[in-house]
Design a protein around this ligand. Structure first.
Ligand code: PLP
Length: 415
C-alpha cells in the first residue's frame, strides 16, 4: 500500500517538509540536499535485511548482495580518501566518534578536544555527552586575539594534560586546521590523533582543505554534510587499527548495519569522485567567502575576520541582537540558520551572541556569488527590523521567489 493511503498524516507532513526545504534558504552549515539517486538507494528493500558482521563474515544467511554493496562502499571510501582501512557502518557521526574512543581507549582515559563553546562537537569531550562522562575530558580554546586555534596553546595544554587521544576538527570553526601540526603535538605527548572532518569532508576530498588522512591515526566523518550523501558516519584508519575499529563498531556499539544507508553512502562516494563534485566544493567556498564579505560590508563583525571553508560566524553583540532572536526572525522569513556561541561568549548556548552561516545547501541549488549578495541583503533587512513580524512575512515571499529560480525538489516532486 502506498504511504499516502496507509498513513496520510505522515505523508502530508513529509510533503510539507519537501515544500519547506524547497522554498527556504538553507544556510545551516551542517545541512544539504541529497539527490534523487541517494533518495532511491535509501528508500529500498535493503532496509529489510539483517547483516551483522562484515562482508563474507556475516552472522546471517542471504547476505550475498549486501556483501557486494558494502565492499564497494569500503573500496570507494578507501580510494576517495586514500585511506588504508574504512568502516562504513557507523549510523552517524557521533557513532563513528564513539566507536574510535571505544576501540582504543579505556573508560576514564584522558582525551583532549576542542572546547564545545569554541567550536568543538559534543562528542569531543563535552560534559553532556558519553565522551565527557566515560572519559576524562579536557578542552583547548581558540586565541582571544585571533579567534583561531593557537597551536602553541594546544601543545601547552597537551603537555599539561597528557591525553591518550587528541581530537582535531570542529562543528563551528571557519578556518583551515593544521593537521600536521596536531600530529606533531600528539606524537610529542604519546597520544593518538583522531581528526573529525564531519563538516569539511567534501572540501578535503576535493583538495580544498588540508588533508588529515596521512597525519591522523583515525579520521571520522559524517556523510551528509558537505559530502552530500545520506545521514550517516564513516571511519578511516591505518591498517594496524582495522581490527580494533571494526570490532568497536560491531559488536562494540552497534548491531545490524543500515544497509540501505550503506548503499546510499556508496553512491555518494562515487559522486564525490567526479569533477562536478570538486567544482561544487570550490563554489561552496567561493559562496561562503562572498556571503561573509557581503555581511562584513554591511557592518557585521565576523569571528576571526573571515572564512577558509564552507561556514562563518557572525558576532551580533554590537547590533544588540542575540543569536536566538536572529534565528527566530530569520526562520519566520524563510531563512534557516542556527544561533551559535562565539568564542568567549558571555551568553549561554540557548541565547548566544552569534549565528553560524554555511553555504553547502544553497550551492547545491546552483546559487552563486550574485545570489550571496541578495541573501546578505535579505538577512540584513530582517535583522534591522527584528521585531517586525509583518515585514518578515513579506521577506518570506521574496525568499520563496528566489528559491523558485533555483528549483531542486520541484524537479522531482509535484509541488
Ligand atoms: N562531528 C562533528 C564535527 C559534527 O559537527 C557533527 C554534527 O554536527 C558530528 C560529529 C555528529 O554527527 P551526527 O549528528 O551524525 O551524530
Amino acid at each position: 500500500m502506498k504511504l499516502s493511503e496507509s498513513d496520510s498524516q505522515i505523508y502530508q507532513l513529509i510533503k510539507k517538509e519537501i515544500e519547506r526545504e524547497e522554498y527556504s534558504l538553507i544556510l545551516i552549515a551542517s545541512e544539504n540536499y541529497v539527490g534523487e539517486d541517494i533518495l532511491d538507494a535509501m528508500s529500498c528493500v535493503l532496509t529489510n535485511k539483517y547483516a551483522e558482521g562484515y562482508p563474507s563474515k556475516r552472522f546471517y544467511s542471504g547476505c550475498r548482495y549486501l556483501d557486494e554493496i558494502e565492499s564497494i562502499a569500503i573500496d570507494r571510501a578507501k580510494e576517495l580518501f586514500k585511506a588504508e582501512h574504512a568502516n562504513v557502518q557507523p549510523h552517524s557521526g557521533s557513532s563513528a566518534n564513539m566507536a574510535v574512543l571505544h576501540g582504543v581507549l579505556k573508560p576514564g582515559d584522558r582525551i583532549l578536544g576542542m572546547d564545545i563553546t569554541h567550536g568543538g562537537h559534543l562528542t569531543h569531550g563535552a560534559r553532556a555527552s558519553f565522551s565527557g562522562k566515560f572519559y576524562s575530558s579536557f578542552g583547548y580554546k581558540v586565541s582571544r586575539e585571533t579567534e583561531m586555534i593557537d597551536y602553541e596553546e594546544v601543545e601547552r595544554v597537551a603537555r599539561e594534560v597528557r591525553p591518550r587521544l587528541i581530537i582535531a576538527g570542529a562543528s563551528a570553526y571557519p578556518r583551515f586546521i593544521d593537521f600536521e601540526r596536531f600530529r606533531k603535538i600528539a606524537d610529542s605527548v604519546g597520544a593518538y590523533l583522531m581528526v573529525d572532518i564531519a563538516h569539511i569532508a567534501g572540501l578535503v576530498v576535493a583538495g580544498e582543505h588540508p588533508d588529515p588522512v596521512r597525519h591522523a591515526h583515525f579520521v571520522t566523518t559524517t556523510t551528509h554534510k558537505t559530502m552530500r550523501g545520506p545521514r550517516g558516519g564513516l571511519i578511516l584508519c591505518k591498517e594496524e587499527f582495522a581490527k580494533a575499529i571494526d570490532a568497536a563498531v560491531f559488536p562494540g556499539i552497534q548491531g545490524g548495519p543500515l544497509m540501505h544507508v550503506i548503499a546510499a553512502k556508496a553512491v555518494s562516494l562515487k559522486n564525490a569522485m567526479t569533477d562536478e563534485f570538486k567544482e561544487y566544493q570550490r563554489q561552496i567556498i567561493k559562496n561562503a567567502k562572498h556571503l561573509c564579505a557581503s555581511m562584513e560590508k554591511k557592518g557585521y563583525r565576523i569571528v576571526s575576520g573571515g572564512t577558509d571553508n564552507h561556514l562563518f560566524l557572525v558576532d551580533l553583540t554590537s547590533k544588540n541582537i542575540t543569536g536566538k532572536e536572529a534565528q527566530e526572525a530569520l526562520e519566520r522569513s524563510g531563512i534557516m540558520l542556527n544561533r551559535n556561541l562565539i568564542p568567549f561568549d558571555t551568553k549561554g548556548p540557548n541565547i548566544t551572541s552569534g549565528i553560524r552561516i554555511g553555504t553547502p545547501a544553497v550551492t547545491t541549488r546552483g546559487m552563486k556569488e550574485p545570489e550571496m549578495e541578495i541573501i546578505a541583503e535579505l538577512i540584513h533587512r530582517v535583522l534591522e527590523r527584528i521585531d517586525d513580524g509583518a515585514f518578515q512575512d513579506e521577506v518570506k515571499e521574496e525568499v520563496k521567489a528566489l528559491c523558485s529560480r533555483f528549483p531542486f525538489y520541484a524537479k522531482i516532486y509535484p509541488l
